[in-house]
Design a protein. Sequence first.
Length: 164
Amino acid sequence: MARHSDTPRSFWLFKTEPTSFSIEHWLKLPSQVALWDGVRNYQSRNTLRDLVKTGDHVLIHYSSCTIPGIAGLATVVEAGIPDPSAFDPSSPYFDPKSIPASPTWFSVRLKLARCFARLVPLSTLKVTPGLETMMVCRRGARLSIQPVTPEEYRIVLKLAGIKG
DNA sequence: GCCAACGTTGGC
DNA sequence: GCCAACGTTGGC
């Protein structure tokens, strides 16, 4: 018999530039919970608003750095949050067109679940069988919030040396 | 620093 | 609504 806890989880990859937000920063936050804000792309917005759900699993991917790749895992603890940075005139992500009554931009809260002992480099992902069509492996894949298949997720965990 | 890929903008 | 120009992303 299906129970509530059997609700299917979805898998995602979130990009971050480690100079602006890394796992080092994350570890200093209470309960290792971070608000993933500042996403300003409509396709990613739609994903954050409509598809990312509490309990979903997220690969944390470093980009624009010496060795791009997946650095750890997180879990969604709160979904569909209007992005507060859009309402804040002092924020670099301020958007006067987004108002609380009708927000343009959305965020989620993520709890850090795992910091990989060693980052799984993008160069490894690109040559790993089964990841040929993974979005982050495609040239010019600029989306900062990407869907990941359960199989891709399983393979990445295996590469990271985590028992799945 | 280069440049391909892609999103956004704005003239028409 | 088309599409060229422009800006940004991000690997290399």
